[in-house]
Ligand binder design. Structure first.
Ligand code: NAP
Length: 434
């Protein structure tokens, strides 16, 4: 019997567990560890609450968690409660699936002013992440800005622009729903340092902006290259650009009070304000011959009392594991003997949820090649882990505990919401009587 520990219960962790379970056909015990008593990582805390069809992938992960060879062990922080070296003593292989939970910094003056928040913080706030329950983003001004031209920037801008009614059926947390309902924001400027052809937004997500109840997208036709230039684009990307061109061709709907303004070729230089963010000073850019943004020297100001940076994420370093500043140093998923990384901890923060499936299967193949099914080194696995955690006073939780939390969240749901998520660690533990 082989014993594997997967650290992190998001998509990458669950696909890897599924792959290992299949590869070993019942001849392996797979423990998925998480620092929280609730699993699914990015699905619970990252995917937008109004994208329930994406969140439904957790049903597949439920099946994995329920399979005989797989266990969920929650409320355990690797690097604090137990080290990676200790896990490697207990398990045949350790796979880091810890994602990339930290916001990359812009590195410009004024970035630390109140009113400037990272997308991980803002997304965590509306998705019930306990670290950001107290974020209280300033929604009292009429102008907000989102920096970045990826899908996360779109998520943040859309959430700021939706009406209460449009959150029906979502699992947005109550505190965010109420705060957004009282928001005075009427204009959200989405700043891209390059042009429309360089966006990292996908068609479905962009298309949604054309159907919002109270907001219209505003796009400047002059920002586009000639139409023929679209022919060279990959079909999915071309579709996104066609949608953007459609926005540029459609005047904003006067019956809708809110605007989502795409400001391309706009590179933030600094954020200014009297004790809090009030505006971004931006430099107009053009593309150089390598397609990078080059400043033109022309500057202007964008008013915003809430500024969300959505420019990518980095992983958390873990003691004694080589780290390159954004992810763990690895070759094809292998960090060192018996130590692997998957998902964003391996590749950096790119790709969709589905990208993590082949990623997890590839690393499971590496593990299985190094330790063929049927072999054993007699390691202690979960039993040894639980003994060690108990001796340290760490109250690990299991999958049944999660189901109790989930049942309570579903029972607490507001009308029109699938659940009312707990937003504090203590609430999870209290629900379990601990
Ligand atoms: P992303 O797709 O990598 O986009 C990051 C954006 O930030 C890019 O537009 C980038 O511009 C810009 N940026 C980076 N550094 C900047 C700087 N210093 N100043 C100004 N702009 C800067 O990252 P993401 O939006 O965080 O998304 C992460 C991954 O999750 C992506 O693969 C995304 O598709 C996926 N995701 C998917 C969904 C969905 O399917 N519904 C939802 C959310 C996220 P440059 O191109 O110029 O570098």
């Amino acid at each position: 019997m082989r014993h594997f520990a997967i650290v992190g219960s998001g998509p990458a962790g669950f696909y890897t567990a599924e792959a290992l379970d299949k590869a070993y056909g019942g001849e392996a015990r797979i423990d998925i560890l998480d620092r929280y008593p609730v699993p699914y990582g990015l699905i619970r805390f990252g995917v937008a609450p109004d994208h329930q069809s994406l969140k439904a992938v957790s049903k597949r992960y439920d099946k994995v968690a329920e399979s005989a060879g797989v266990d969920f062990i929650g409320n355990v922080t690797v690097g604090r409660d137990i080290s990676v070296a200790e896990l490697l003593e207990l398990y045949d292989a350790v796979i880091l699936a810890v994602g990339a939970p930290h916001d990359r910094k812009l590195g410009i003056p004024g970035e630390d002013l109140p009113g400037v928040v990272g997308s991980a913080e803002f997304v965590g706030w509306y998705n019930g992440h306990p670290d950001f329950a107290d974020l209280d983003p300033p929604l009292g001004g009429s102008h907000a800005a989102v920096i970045g031209n990826g899908n996360v920037a779109l998520d943040c801008a859309r959430i700021l622009s939706k009406t209460r009614h449009e959150f029906e059926g979502s699992d947005i947390v109550g505190h965010a729903l109420d705060a957004l309902d009282g928001s005075a924001i009427r204009t959200v400027t989405i700043l891209g340092r390059r042009g429309p052809h360089q966006i990292a937004m996908t068609p479905k997500e962009l298309g949604e902006l054309g159907h919002l109840e109270a907001a219209s997208p505003v796009v400047e036709g002059a920002d586009f290259p000639p139409l023929e230039a679209d022919d060279a684009l990959e079909p999915g990307h071309r579709k996104s650009i066609t949608i953007l061109r459609g926005f540029a061709d459609t005047p904003p709907d006067d019956a809708k009070p809110k605007r989502m303004v795409f400001d391309f070729f706009a590179k933030p230089l600094r954020i200014e304000g009297d004790g809090k963010a009030e505006k971004i000073v931006v430099e107009r850019t053009e593309l150089d011959d390598k397609g990078a943004a080059r400043g033109t020297g022309e500057t202007y100001e964008v008013t915003a009392s809430l500024i969300i940076t959505a420019i990518g994420y980095s992983s958390s370093p873990i003691a004694d594991v080589p780290f390159d500043g954004g992810k763990f140093v690895n070759e094809g998923g292998r960090i060192a003997e018996r130590l692997y990384a998957v998902g964003w901890a391996r590749r950096g923060p790119t790709g969709t949820i589905g990208t993590n499936r082949p990623d997890g299967y590839e690393v499971a193949d590496l593990v299985a090649a190094a330790m063929p099914a049927g072999s054993s080194d007699g390691r202690a696995g979960a039993e040894g882990l639980k003994r060690l955690l108990e001796s340290r006073g760490v109250m690990a939780t299991d999958y049944d505990d999660w189901r109790k939390i989930e049942e309570t969240e579903v029972a607490n749901a507001r009308a029109g919401s699938p659940r009312e998520k707990f937003v504090r660690h203590e609430e999870w533990l209290r629900t379990l009587g601990r």
